[in-house]
Design a binder for this molecule. Structure first.
Ligand code: ZN
Length: 272
C-alpha cells in the first residue's frame, strides 16, 4: 500500500508559494481545493482560480474540490425550487472541476439540524439529488463523493451513507474520520469500505468533530489504515485540518510535522 498523501487547501492561514512547496517537500502530492460558501458561483470560481494557480505553481496536484455547504446549498431541502437552484449551481462547480481535470467532488448531503419528523423525507430527497448530481458529474469525468457528517446531518451513520449513495452504485463516499459520533470506525468501514473513494483525516474526542492533529484524539489510526487496506482502498490519505490544529499548543505545525506524526501513529514508517 502506498496511498498518496493529500492536504486541504485550507491548511495554511496565510498560504504562499513557499509554504505549499514545503508541503511538497514533506511528501504531500495532492490537494483538495475548498470552495467558498457564497451562493454565487461566479464569486466562488474567481477565488477558486486564484487558489488553483498558487497550488499548481507549487507543484501540487489538485485532485478534488470540496463543494460549498450551508442552508441555500442543502440538497435535502423540501422546497423544490430552492433545491433545484442548489443543484444547478453545484453543476456549474462540477463543470469547473471537469475543465481543470479534477476527478473528485466532495458533497455534504444536507446542512443541519435535521428534525426527526422530517428526517426520512429529507433522506429520500437528498438521495434523489445525489443521484442527479452524480450522474451529471460522471458524464463530465468527475466522481461525486458524499461525505459522512456529524450530529443530526444526513450521512451520520453507515446506513444513511448506503441509502444516500444507493449502496455505492449512485455515488462514492468521502470518509471523514472525525465525523463519526454514533458508530465505531470499525463498524462504519466494514459496512461502507468498498465505496470509499477519498478521505478526510483528522482527530477528535468522539463527542464532536474537532479537526485536531492526528494522534491528539481517540482515533486508532493503525486500525483505520488497516481497515481501509482490507477494503482495498487505494485512494488518497487526505488531511483536513489546519496548521493550528494541535490542541496542546497555539503554535503552528508544519506539513513535515503532520506527515511524520501520521506515519508514527498509523505505524506506516516502513511504507513511505
Ligand atoms: Zn466536508
Amino acid at each position: 500500500m502506498n496511498n498518496k498523501l493529500g492536504l486541504t487547501s485550507g491548511f495554511f492561514k496565510n498560504p504562499t508559494k513557499e509554504s505549499w512547496e514545503s508541503a511538497v517537500a514533506a511528501g504531500i502530492t495532492d490537494i483538495e481545493l475548498g470552495l467558498s460558501h457564497d451562493f454565487d458561483t461566479e464569486a466562488i470560481l474567481v477565488q477558486a482560480e486564484k487558489k488553483y494557480d498558487l497550488l499548481s505553481s507549487s507543484g501540487l496536484v489538485i485532485s478534488s474540490i470540496h463543494l460549498p455547504f450551508g442552508n441555500p446549498w442543502d440538497i435535502s431541502m423540501l422546497d423544490n425550487l430552492g433545491r433545484e437552484a442548489a443543484i444547478e449551481k453545484y453543476k456549474v462547480l462540477v463543470d469547473w472541476a471537469a475543465e481543470k481535470g479534477i476527478g473528485i467532488a466532495v458533497l455534504h448531503a444536507s446542512y443541519e439540524p435535521i428534525d426527526d419528523e422530517e428526517r426520512q423525507q429529507r433522506l429520500e430527497t437528498a438521495t434523489e439529488s445525489v443521484k442527479i448530481l452524480s450522474d451529471y458529474a460522471r458524464e463530465k469525468g468527475v466522481s461525486l463523493a458524499v461525505e459522512n457528517l456529524p450530529r443530526t446531518c444526513l450521512g451520520n451513520c453507515s446506513d444513511d451513507m448506503l441509502t444516500l449513495t444507493g449502496n455505492g452504485r449512485n455515488a462514492g463516499i468521502c470518509f471523514d474520520a472525525n465525523h463519526l459520533l454514533i458508530e465505531s470506525h470499525k463498524d462504519f468501514l466494514e459496512k461502507v469500505g468498498p465505496y470509499i473513494i477519498t478521505t478526510h483525516f483528522s482527530d477528535y474526542d468522539g463527542i464532536d468533530e474537532k479537526h485536531w492533529l492526528v494522534g491528539e484524539g481517540c482515533v486508532d489510526w493503525a486500525e483505520v489504515v488497516e481497515l481501509l487496506r482490507q477494503q482495498g482502498y487505494q485512494g488518497r490519505f487526505l488531511f483536513e485540518l489546519n496548521e493550528l490544529a494541535d490542541p496542546n499548543t497555539e503554535e503552528a505545525f508544519t506539513p513535515k510535522d503532520l506527515v511524520s506524526r501520521f506515519k508514527e501513529v498509523s505505524k506506516l514508517h516502513s511504507l513511505y
